[in-house]
Design a protein around this ligand. Sequence first.
Ligand code: GTP
Ligand code: MG
Length: 216
Amino acid sequence: MAIPELPKEYDQLDQWKTLMFLYSSALQEVQTRINILSDEFHHINHYNPIEHVKARIKTPESIVKKLKRLGFEATIDNMYRELHDIAGVRIICSFTSDIYYLADAISRQNDVNVLMVKDYIANPKPNGYRSYHMVISVPIYLSSGQVEMKVEIQIRTIAMDFWASLEHKIHYKFEGAAPSHMRENLKECADMVALLDERMMALNESLQEAGEPEDD
Ligand code: GTP
Ligand code: MG
């Protein structure tokens, strides 16, 4: 069996379906944890730190394409070992501080392993892209054992998400070679997004300090 630590009865099953089942279980697991953290945050701070959460499993086409791009054969074993974004969750937050709060709360869970962190908020990409990326692994408890599954988590504000959606469309439209005036324009917008996020966060902090009505 390519995937390590699976219970013996899995030997007889279709490996692709097994792997997809495991990734979809990992997504459920991570989404539940995020929902609980969000509810708890609301309970304490009386505002919702999360605007929405999107979860997706990479398509077979895009899995094969990425393995080839990385120079690996398209095998179940390579999928499990080499790809870290087959299961992906994107969390859209209200404020930049909420991003770090959630990233920290997820990372500190006892059974979560943080495999990779890319803080494109502290270190934006040259094109202006800002987001917080983490690859974690979580245990999935099966009937007679457990298996570690990787999930990529991207956390960003509404404004960062707005920017990234348009940048993504432009990137694809021009196959990665957008005209320089558009790239410069995007970079300027990214700087405006950063300023907006900063000011909105400061306003929210003032609101929090002023205290809020009991029920909202
Ligand atoms: P991929 O091979 O694309 O998965 O990138 P990577 O393995 O180098 O990882 P990275 O953490 O840099 O990016 C992972 C994902 O973040 C991408 O698949 C995109 O969804 C998103 N992302 C990264 N950079 C950009 C960017 O410049 N613009 C936009 N719109 N999204 C980005
Ligand atoms: Mg990716």
